[in-house]
Design a protein around this ligand. Structure first.
Ligand code: F6R
Length: 613
């Protein structure tokens, strides 16, 4: 939430900051701003709304701005104070001589603000960030000659909460400082120039070489140096890491939006995630985890949103194949629970970003009983990778659209691998069957690609059923139930149509009251014994006037019978079906939202990487 970029170096600061913010806009899009070293002062520019508004203001200023060499930028997801010009970042102190951009929440800001007001400081915004700007300005004024990084460290000692912050001061031209406490921050290394950002995506067009800034550290960036310090001022040696993501991965290419691009990248995300972990014969190798799973007798999955739905799919497979009980816990609830577990409990924390505050806190809670923590994340170097005992990276590439699609597919694939691995360790399944399941899993990229091809141009009739929709129900049983939950989440978050995912058999216990012509029912019919049961439930909704969209295997006569519209998917091995069913659900959500003229990549009120509680 909120994106930060910093730059020091050549006469291209504004260009780098604006480009970086463009790649981070998914983190927040209420307002945006820049603070630039200009001569002996700091020039601050802020605009409400999308980044393009800031771009227009910058372009109108023209001329001199394009030649500036150092500054910071911000794109905001409002926490304290509504989206407005006054509440946009940068927030300034010392009559504009100090500027600060911030991602996170300062929990004790009210006390600090009161203290500053008593000293006669005037506030121009409702933000928590502004206290930081004034405290920093006071500190600089009271300690002439103190380096900015030390002044920032001094101020940080007074703050409670979570934050990544970057600051500039007129007293130190050509210097940008930043610090991290719980919210993400990386340094990009260049030649005669250096960069800062909330995420590597911001800088892929500039560099592949990065340094992680750890919690509690302060970094000082100039054109020629990057120096990291502990909060006590001790210098820290840090090895850079290389990022192998392409710059094109953060560009739209032939697509109109990132959601559609990322839906179509699922075959590749699956291929890359399975690669090296599943051999041609179907054998699974997860030795990279370095975890001995033989003593594990219980699993707790902690996650939020879409990652939680991946966890529910993982639970089904792990329990079926490895006969190990799995609890799937909403991270924001689990963190305040009194969890049950011991050293034989494996805690699987799933997070695309690896920075979700609730998931990280849930991991901390699980630590209380001594469980082993396995992180499943898409982000190398993220906070969760450092909190966990072991890591399995999903290889989905950068996910830009706020609504998660390809990361979900990759998470499901990793949990499938984990289930197969655990079943082998536990000896609950014969070797032949395991290898056969592994070979099935290897076909995931091919089956998802075939699903995309089959559905090309076929969503329109289903979209029409949503034209007057007031709400919608997504139904499924067994593994189709988590898929239904995910379908409902996708639709509601980008189209704003209230949508509920329900276990089809549970529908008669309440939600069937919603059903009428304006409440389309999306039914994943599934296969096997549960299919007949699901069909009966769906018939019950059709009998009450529901327009049913059936997700079913190609040429399924029953689907034609119950569905006003059928979205066909290819026949697929059992282990791959949830991945295949999710594709039409993603496409449907996308097309319903675009049909309503909505921006699918940046749904209202949301932001990617939820780094506040
Ligand atoms: C929904 C979505 C969110 C995320 C959730 C967890 O499309 O993207 O529900 O899944 O915020 O995010 P991560 O996986 O980064 O922890």
């Amino acid at each position: 939430m909120c994106g930060i970029v910093g730059y020091v170096g050549k006469e291209r600061c504004v260009e780098v900051l604006m480009q970086g913010l463009g790649h981070l806009e998914y983190r927040g899009y209420d307002s945006a701003g820049l603070a630039l070293h200009e001569g002996s002062g700091i020039e601050s520019i802020r605009e409400v709304g999308r980044l393009e508004n800031l771009g227009r203001t910058v372009a109108a200023r023209n001329g001199h701005l394009s030649r500036l060499r150092a500054g910071i930028g911000h794109t905001r997801w409002a926490t304290h104070g509504r989206p407005s010009q006054e509440n946009a970042h940068p927030q300034v102190g010392g009559e504009g001589s100090v500027a600060v951009v911030h991602n996170g929440i300062i929990e004790n800001f009210a006390e600090l603000k009161e203290e500053l007001l008593e000293r006669g400081v005037r506030f121009g915004s409702e933000t928590d960030t502004e206290v930081m700007a004034h405290l920093l300005a006071e500190r600089i004024e009271g300690n002439p000659g103190e380096p900015l990084r030390e002044a920032l460290s001094g101020v940080l000692g007074r703050l409670e909460g979570s934050f990544a912050v970057a600051a500039v001061s007129a007293a130190e031209p050509g210097v940008v400082v930043a610090a991290r406490h719980q919210s993400p921050l990386v340094v990009g290394l260049g030649n005669g120039e250096n960069f800062l950002a909330s995420a590597v995506q911001a800088l892929l067009g500039e560099t592949r070489e990065f340094l992680v800034v750890e919690n509690g550290e302060v970094v000082e960036v100039t054109d020629a140096s990057v120096r990291i310090f502990t909060q006590d001022g001790e210098p820290v040696e840090r090895e850079p890491f290389e990022v192998d993501w392409d710059a094109e991965a953060v560009e739209l290419g032939i697509y109109e939006d990132f959601m559609m691009k990322e839906i179509h990248e699922q075959p590749e995300a699956l291929r890359a995630t399975l690669s090296g972990r599943l051999d041609a014969g179907g054998g699974v190798d997860l030795s990279e985890m370095g975890l001995d799973l033989s003593g594990i007798d219980r699993i707790v999955v902690v996650a939020c949103g879409t990652a939680l739905h991946a966890g529910l799919l993982g639970k089904g497979l792990i329990e079926r194949l490895a006969r190990v009980p799995v609890e799937v816990a909403v991270a924001s609830e689990y963190r305040y629970s009194d969890p049950i577990g011991d050293e034989n409990t494996l805690v699987v924390a799933i997070s695309q970003s690896g920075e979700t505050t609730d998931t990280l806190a849930a991991v901390g809670t699980a630590r209380a009983f001594g469980g082993k923590v396995l992180a499943v994340t898409n982000t190398r170097g993220s906070l969760i990778t450092r909190e966990a005992d072991a890591v399995l990276l999903t290889q989905a590439g950068p996910e830009i659209c706020v609504a998660s699609t390809k990361a979900f597919a990759a998470q499901v694939a990793v949990l499938d691998l984990l289930a197969l691995n655990l079943a082998r360790v536990k000896g609950t399944i014969g070797e032949d069957e395991l290898l056969s399941l592994g070979r099935d899993l290897r076909r995931a990229p091919e089956k998802v690609a075939a699903t995309l091809a089959l559905l090309e141009g076929k969503i329109g009739d289903a979209v029409e059923l949503f034209e007057d929709a007031r709400c919608s129900l997504f139904l499924g049983r067994g593994p189709a139930f988590p898929a239904a939950l995910e379908g409902a989440l996708k639709l509601k978050e980008i189209s704003y149509i209230p949508s509920e995912g329900y276990a089809a058999g549970e529908m008669k216990h309440g939600p069937i009251a919603l059903v009428d012509e304006q409440c389309p029912v999306v039914a994943i019919l599934g296969e096997g014994t549960l299919r007949e049961k699901t069909l009966s439930n769906v018939e019950e909704t059709a009998a009450r006037g529901a327009n049913v969209i059936a997700i079913a295997r190609e040429d399924d006569p029953a689907a034609e019978r119950v569905g006003r519209v059928v979205l066909s998917v290819p026949d697929a091995p059992e282990i791959l079906r949830p991945l295949v069913w999710t594709v039409p659900l993603q496409l449907l959500a996308h097309d319903v939202a675009t049909d309503r003229g909505l921006d699918v990549d940046k749904p209202r009120n949301l932001a990617k990487s939820v780094t506040v509680e």
